[in-house]
Design a protein around this ligand. Sequence first.
Ligand code: SF4
Length: 560
Amino acid sequence: MLHNRGPLLTVNVGEQTTAKEDITEIHRRYIGGRGVGTRLAHEHTPVDADPLGPENRLVFTTGPMQASTMSFTGRMNATGVSPLTDGLLSSNAGGFMSRNFADTGYGAVEVVGESDTLVVVHVRDDGVKFEPVPELEGTTVTETTTYLEDKHDITPDQTAIIGPAGENEVRFASLMTSEERAFGRGGLGAVLGSKNVKALTFDGDSSPDIEIPKTQMEIHREAATDDHIMKRQGTVAVMDLANEVDGLPSYYFSEQQFEGVEGINGAAVEEKKYKKGTCSQCAFACKLPTKDEDAGVETEGPEFEVAMAFGSNSGVDDIVEVMKSNELCDQFGMDAISAGNTVAAYLAAEDEFGNVGLIHDLVKKIAYREKEGDLLAEGIDRIHDELGVENWSVKGMDFAAHEGRVLNGQGLSYAVSNRGADHMYATFYSVEYPLVPKEDALDPKGTLGKADELVHRENLMALNDSGIICKFSRDYMTSERYEALFDADFEDLLEVGARIVTLERHFNNQRGFDRSDDETLPYDLPDFQQALDEYYDARGWDDGVVPDDALPADCKSTSA
Ligand code: SF4
């Protein structure tokens, strides 16, 4: 089976020490990316670790496909205990960092401890340097990027940076790379902030020598020549359809259609797009560099999720205002989905939907934890009572845009996902929207009989996250192509995905997660309890808990 290479580098930022460890066997069993990050965290991170304490570990990983020139591979992974969900979580970012990371020669870089002063950690193939940077305290992502370029000639594509939101431990702070690309969901930026690390930089000339099968070229060619609507409109292309099927969360989830959809849909974003945008090596190029000169806004996106959170869910029907919110989140280093939904919760509480001045003000206040921003920085799950609004989150993670009340299998996925109400964990929506080709489509209504497909999709997404292959490759990746690329049976590859999901669940079980945490959807789904039973049966879990004999053979003991 094709897998990544290179040792683990552990960086203790408190002691300013480093250690190398051979992880060849872990690479063999978990391929790379999320698989290796999860396996390392399961072994190394204490199960009672405070997400914002020195014992939490933030693991960066790439996969073997980052040695290729294939489209859909410009991504990398970060794993840690999330301050938002309190569970083990992986987050995936596009951009150009993955190849620079691979150039260091390390298969994984794990950050632990807590520095006394704010530092930048420079990881090179010939060593690690710790640079005290007290002068960068409170700086935005662009200010930090400019500092690194001016002082060290380090490009934005070589960096993982936090903004003020990460420093201030906002629970949904993101890690930013290439200025506008985010390891967004779950607050891993706050984990780096809690360690007093402003940025990591990666460089070298030691990328592993991995031979990639020719199949990569076919996929690359198809991605380059296809006339896919996502190439023009990114993920926001789906917004009109979502609205049509009563599936566009609006006004803090109280409505499912938005009368101002034309102001924030795919066509509105396309109108503001001024050039092609992509990730490293990717000819699909679905990113959305946008600007509005009159308003002085330049950003990337918004994608569908952000157009929902800061648009329909906040009662805003002007794409330029949503672009502005998106730009602020990138500058301050915050997950724009969580920030938008949390702002929408506040707007619901104050009856202020559509007040764009207030929205932009709140984004800044959250990042710096000023006034009401300090409360909102805790996320919806922790503050909904105080605001007097419904708790629109699962396991602390607020909702993505694809509407589980309409796409019931996606709703089930939100309920059971190890990282809460996030759409990319299984991308179940992709088989439930009416536009899916008939032979693959599922009836969006109902939850029964969907467990096997949900398990399959969770395992497949875990495999993608380990490869690492972007999930928007779905129209181009067949089981035969996975087999050719990874030199393994498809079933064996899905088994790797299953091991990853099981390890995440097992780690979270030890932190107290069980069936009750899968029962927290804020709406009813048909036959929900029976569907949960079907899902646990398909996984071999007891009421949401991984039995000891279901643990992967290499993981019988943990760091409990
Ligand atoms: S499909 Fe889009 S998000 Fe995925 S790697 Fe390519 S450009 Fe990046």
